[in-house]
Design a protein around this ligand. Structure first.
Ligand code: ZN
Length: 336
C-alpha cells in the first residue's frame, strides 16, 4: 500500500515538473490553437433566436465586441439605431457609449438576436439586436435620446416600430440629442453642420467659463495680495508705535533719573555751600575772637570808644580788645 502511494506521488511530481518546464511552449500552442479555432469555428446566424454572449470590448454607443460561447469574438453593430459619432466627438457620442456600457455592465444576461435580413454589414460586423436582462438596448437608447432609429430597406425590421416609438417619445421630450436644434434626424442620422455649430458654441461657452474662472482667480489673488499688504502695513505701524512708546518711556525714565540726580547734586552743592559758609563764618568769628583776644586797645573810664593810642586828653588805660568789646565799647572813628 505504502509503496503504491509512493509511486503515485512520484508520478504526480514528474507530471508537475514537466508542466512547469513545458509551460511556455504549451502556452503558445494554446494560443495558436485558439486563433485556429476562431478562424474555423462557424457561427450559426439564426434569425429570431437569442444567443447569450459576454462583452469583450465597449466600442461606442451602437458597437460592441462580444465573445460567443464557442470562444469566437465578433464585432456587433446594433440594428436599427444610430448613436452619435464618437470619432467626430459629436454631441452625446460619449454619453451614448457610457450608457451602453452601463446597461451591459449591469446586466446579468446579455443576448444577441439576428433578424431575417442581412446578418453582417460591409465591414463584416454582425447586425444584431442586443438584449440586456430581457430589455432591448436599442429601445432604451432611442428612448433616452442617445440614438436615433434607422430604417433599413431590407428585412431587418422586427423591432423597428418599438424603436421608433421610443425615438418619438425622446423627441417629444427633447431628450439629449433632441435638445440640439437640427442635430438628430428621426429615422436617419445626424446633421453634421448642426453638430459642428453646437460643438463650436460649446467650446465658446467653455472658453468663456475658463476665462471667467481665470479672471475670478486673478481677482482673488489680487485681493489676497492687497489684504496681505494691508496686514503687513498695519503690523509695521503697530511695531513702529510700540517702538516709539518704548523710546518715549525710556526717554522719560532717563529725564526723571537726570532730574533726580540734578536735584540731589543741587542739594549736595547747597549743603556743601552752607557748610562752607558756616565754616567760613566760624573761622571769621574765631579769627575775630582771636584777634580781639590778643589786641591791645586804650580805653577811658567814661568813654564809649576804644582807641589804638592815647588819642586825646584823659586817662587812657590799656585793655584787650575783647575786654573793650565785652564792655560794649565800639571802635573810635578817628583811630580806625
Ligand atoms: Zn581815638
Amino acid at each position: 500500500m505504502k509503496k503504491r502511494i509512493g509511486v503515485k506521488l512520484g508520478v504526480t511530481f514528474a507530471v508537475l515538473v514537466s508542466f512547469l518546464f513545458a509551460a511556455p511552449t504549451q502556452h503558445y500552442q494554446v494560443e495558436a490553437a485558439k486563433s485556429k479555432t476562431e478562424k474555423t469555428v462557424k457561427i450559426k446566424r439564426t434569425a429570431n433566436k437569442k444567443v447569450t454572449v459576454k462583452v469583450k470590448k465597449y466600442v461606442d454607443g451602437d458597437t460592441t465586441r462580444f465573445k460567443l460561447k464557442n470562444g469566437k469574438i465578433v464585432t456587433a453593430k446594433y440594428l436599427l439605431i444610430k448613436a452619435p459619432e464618437l470619432k467626430k466627438e459629436n454631441p452625446y457620442a460619449q454619453e451614448a457609449k457610457d450608457r451602453t456600457k452601463e446597461i451591459l455592465k449591469n446586466a446579468e444576461k446579455i443576448q444577441i438576436e439576428y433578424d431575417k435580413g442581412a446578418k453582417r454589414d460591409s465591414k463584416k460586423r454582425e447586425l444584431v439586436y442586443v438584449w440586456a436582462d430581457g430589455k432591448l438596448v436599442q429601445e432604451t437608447l432611442a428612448n433616452e435620446g442617445l440614438a436615433v432609429a434607422r430604417s433599413t430597406k431590407g428585412k431587418n425590421t422586427k423591432y423597428l416600430d418599438k424603436i421608433k416609438k421610443a425615438e418619438e417619445k425622446a423627441k417629444e421630450q427633447s431628450r439629449n440629442i433632441w435638445a440640439i436644434e437640427n442635430y438628430a434626424q428621426a429615422g436617419k442620422g445626424y446633421n453634421q453642420t448642426a453638430a459642428d455649430e453646437y460643438k463650436k458654441a460649446q467650446a465658446e461657452v467653455r472658453a468663456a467659463k475658463k476665462a471667467e474662472a481665470e479672471r475670478l482667480k486673478k481677482e482673488q489673488e489680487a485681493k489676497e495680495a492687497e489684504e496681505k499688504r494691508a496686514a503687513e502695513q498695519a503690523e509695521a505701524a503697530r511695531k513702529a508705535e510700540e517702538k516709539r512708546l518704548a523710546e518715549e518711556a525710556e526717554a522719560a525714565k532717563k529725564a526723571e533719573e537726570e532730574r533726580i540726580a540734578q536735584e540731589a547734586a543741587a542739594q549736595q552743592a547747597a549743603a556743601a555751600q552752607a557748610q562752607a559758609e558756616a565754616e567760613a563764618q566760624a573761622q571769621q568769628q574765631a579769627q575775630a575772637a582771636e584777634a580781639a583776644q590778643g589786641q591791645t586797645v586804650y580805653v577811658t573810664p567814661t568813654g564809649s570808644k576804644y582807641h589804638t593810642h592815647k588819642c586825646g586828653n584823659g586817662t587812657y588805660t590799656p585793655a584787650t580788645l575783647e575786654e573793650a568789646q565785652n564792655r560794649g565799647l565800639t571802635a573810635c572813628a578817628k583811630c580806625y
